[in-house]
Design a protein around this ligand. Structure first.
Ligand code: FEO
Length: 392
């Protein structure tokens, strides 16, 4: 795609990556992604905000072919997909100064072997005039690394937010009007990398609240022309109130756990609780993570394998423990052949979740009527707990 104007003096010079499907060898990208770099030209100086993943360097080179002088390179975040082409940019523009947050300096030196002499750190709130274009640097840590900062272009009201408010989606449209157009991609991205820092993200949002933002230009996905809708979505995701939903990651080897999952899903639905069952044998981890953003309850369904839960389900336990959702309740269902310590092992696997454990339902072999009735009681307990929180 060609470079595109965002507003007068501000150009998108990034790259679309239509075919990338797995970020960090972990995060599924069903819609590809983009690496958004921006060129801001003032009367006197020019700044390049972030670069692109080195795999797309040739695209950035083409966008900048006619740009003879860049005075400042601004690194919002040291991860490769934004900073990975900085070494090239420093060579292409030998007079340019690399600006970053204080915590980013050593990370740039360590991760990219950038010379310390080229780096100048900026303070939180510091401003830089390019001549009629004033950049204000705002530290926004943990969206999603500790060094992350954003830049606010005061005259145009543009927040360059890097991963914050971003969405992994490759698109020929540079703008979206309303977050609903990229809601799922944005939520998926928030879930996978920012949810563990939910409370700090909330502080970051308070920090940008009074800026008078007219556009949000993240480093992945389209530019938001209606910033209030993506900000409102983030407020919902980061607040402390879960939704009336249950996430149910499960797997079955011989069908017993599958029968239990089926019964529990029905019973919860009958009680007005929305259930998201995820068969871990075929799961999209991104969808599981997304469902964890709002879930009031997580219930793990697993058969026993060598005394513990099936490893595929333990992956979901580990993921939930790492992502630290706002979940309030948990339980475990499943079957075993002759012995097992599944409940203890699952409990021990999620120490980060501050959840109340509801009575597990574990049966020997094929579930019997008493086991199905126990699952109905578990559904009763979940519905009552959700109702007590006022969840509808
Ligand atoms: Fe898009 Fe954390 O890099």
């Amino acid at each position: 795609m060609k470079a595109k104007e965002i507003t007068s003096g501000v150009r998108w010079v990034g790259a679309e990556d239509w075919d990338w499907r797995l970020f960090d060898s972990l995060i599924p990208l069903p819609d590809g992604t983009s690496y958004n770099a921006y060129l801001v030209s003032g009367r006197d100086k020019t700044a390049l905000l972030d670069t692109v993943d080195p795999s797309k360097l040739s695209v950035l080179e083409e966008h900048l072919r006619d740009v003879e002088r860049v005075d400042y390179l601004i690194s919002h975040h040291v991860e490769q997909d934004h900073a990975g082409s900085l070494p090239w940019a420093l060579e292409r523009y030998p007079q340019a100064v690399l600006l970053c947050s204080e915590p980013a300096k050593n990370m740039l030196i360590n991760h990219l072997h950038i010379s310390e002499a080229r780096i100048r750190t900026v303070k939180d709130g510091e401003t830089l005039s390019l001549g009629g274009k004033t950049l204000r640097f705002i530290y926004t840590p943990w969206v999603h690394w500790p060094e992350t900062m954003s830049t606010f272009l005061e005259e145009d009201g543009i927040l360059f937010s890097c991963d914050f408010f971003g969405s992994h989606v490759a698109s020929s449209d540079i703008f979206v009007d309303g977050a609903e157009q990229v809601y799922e991609e944005a939520k998926r991205y928030y879930a996978e990398i920012m949810m563990p820092f939910r409370r700090i993200v909330r502080q970051d949002m308070d920090k940008i609240a009074g800026l008078g933002i007219r556009l949000i230009a993240p480093s992945h996905g389209p530019v938001h022309r209606e910033p209030s809708s993506i900000i409102q979505a983030y407020r919902d995701w980061t607040d402390d109130k879960p939704h009336n939903t249950v996430v149910l990651p499960w797997v079955s080897m011989h069908g017993s756990t599958a029968l239990m999952v089926g019964r529990l899903t029905e019973a919860l639905a009958e009680r007005g609780v929305t259930v998201y069952p995820f068969n871990m044998a075929v799961v999209d981890i991104g969808r599981l993570a997304m469902s964890l953003v709002d879930a009031a309850t997580i219930i793990v369904g697993a058969p026993t394998v060598h005394v513990g839960p099936h490893p595929a389900v333990f992956y979901a336990v580990t993921l939930a423990n790492v992502l630290r959702p706002k979940t309030r309740f948990a339980s475990i269902i499943g079957s075993y052949g002759w012995a097992g310590r599944m409940v203890d092992i699952v409990k021990a696997g999620m120490p980060n979740l501050k959840v109340e454990l509801l009575d597990p339902v574990i049966c020997k072999g094929l579930p019997k009527e008493q086991d199905f009735l126990a699952l109905d009681r578990l559904a009763d307990a979940v519905a009552a707990k959700h109702a007590a929180l006022g969840l509808k």
